[in-house]
Design a protein around this ligand. Structure first.
Ligand code: IPM
Ligand code: MG
Length: 367
């Protein structure tokens, strides 16, 4: 992208969403100053707060604003206030509608144990073990978007959720995963439950067929139960994990534990409309108002945005170096603290990251 002026739709959402998006947009503005681009932020209601303000989790105004932007930054949605609402009136329904409306069929979740956090991963990966893989999750199909129904009364009450996949839906996410693997170590592990499910049978057949046209690619298949076990036993074997919507949802939280905390993981969703970045941690109602939330996942969303959308890999690199530098100093939010760490608030952590960016910027300008 040669353009130097972008619009970012910012959807702070609920719970800790507003505080982590504030941290991330601050970092983004620092980068704009250093790398000579301009970014206009357009804040829009979304999720539970939009239900309160506008009666709908995804108001038309918000959708239009997103469609007009170059990218979307989302904080988090949901909270106990809306937990007893029917499925179609919960904040989550807005998120699913947004994914559909923006055509965001591909969701990338990088699972990376950053070096300063090595001692913290619950699995204590061996010193030589590199945890660095990408989950590529299909995001607009599967059981998420089929019929959800509860019928009958009393002992006759029954429920169903319908899972569907078509060949073109599987093909496009498979191509996306193959393209990612070409930029990495050329390994794709496709996850399914083809020993039980029809959708998975079609999934495996389709992925296998496309894989036959990719001679340089090392493609294999795992049943999801085995994949869940292998992520814990030997995470270093993975490069790109290709999953359906539901399996990717589950395995990405498991992967996040390997990265030290769910607060460390960003995500990137792409498709026909503007891409959307969001941390995967959710709205964490128990942390609201305490300034304890880990801003790393959302700050890493900015790094993804700069790398994948704005073609500014040096800016992305600078953010990650600043973040690793602060973590290596032992400055940590509570979720990633270990013996000897200095525990700081989320806003103090962000301040430290921004101070480092400021310093790198000066060094680069002086060079
Ligand atoms: C995620 C979340 C969402 C999902 C929820 C909030 C609907 O868990 O992005 O992983 O299930 O996709
Ligand atoms: Mg999830």
């Amino acid at each position: 992208m040669s353009q130097k002026h972008w619009t970012l739709a910012v959807l702070p959402g609920d719970g800790i969403g507003p505080e982590v998006t504030r941290a991330a947009t601050g970092v983004l503005q620092d980068c704009a100053g250093k790398f000579g681009f301009r970014i206009d932020l357009v804040e829009l209601p979304f999720g539970g707060n939009a239900i309160e303000k506008c009666g709908h989790p995804l108001p038309q105004e918000t959708l239009n604003g997103c469609l007009k932007s170059d990218a979307v930054l989302l904080g988090a949605i949901g909270g106990p206030k809306w937990d007893s609402q029917p499925l179609d009136r919960r904040p989550e329904a807005g998120l699913l509608a947004m994914r559909r409306a923006l055509g965001l069929y591909a969701n990338l979740r990088p699972i990376r144990l950053r070096e300063p956090l090595r001692g913290l991963s619950p699995l204590r990966p061996r010193a030589e073990c590199v945890v660095d893989f990408e989950i590529i999750r299909e995001l607009v199909g599967d059981i998420y978007f089929g019929e959800h129904k509860i019928e009958g009364h009393g002992a006759d009450e029954h429920a169903r959720d319908v899972a569907t996949y078509s060949v073109p839906e599987i093909e496009r996410i498979t191509r996306f995963a193959f393209a990612r693997a070409r930029r990495r170590k050329h390994r794709v592990t496709s996850v399914d439950k083809a020993n039980v499910l029809a959708t998975s049978t079609l999934w495996r057949r389709t992925v296998t067929r496309l894989g036959a046209d990719e001679p340089g690619l090392n493609l294999d298949h795992l049943y999801v139960d085995n994949a869940a076990m292998q992520i814990i036993l030997r995470p270093e074997q993975f490069d790109v994990l290709l999953t359906s919507n539901l399996f990717g949802d589950i395995l990405s939280d498991e992967g996040a534990a390997l990265a030290g905390s769910i607060g460390m993981v960003p995500s990137w969703s792409a498709g026909s409309g503007p891409p959307l970045v969001e941390p995967i941690h959710g709205s964490a109602p128990q942390l609201v108002g305490k300034d304890m939330a880990n801003p790393c996942g959302t700050i890493l969303c900015i790094s993804l945005l700069l790398r994948e959308r704005f073609d500014l890999p040096q800016a992305a690199e600078m953010i990650e170096q600043a973040l690793d530098g602060v973590l290596a100093e032992g400055i940590r939010t509570a979720d990633v603290a270990e013996a000897g760490s200095t525990v700081v608030s989320g806003s103090e952590f962000t301040k430290r990251v921004r101070a480092r960016i400021e310093k790198y910027g000066e060094a680069a300008q002086g060079a």
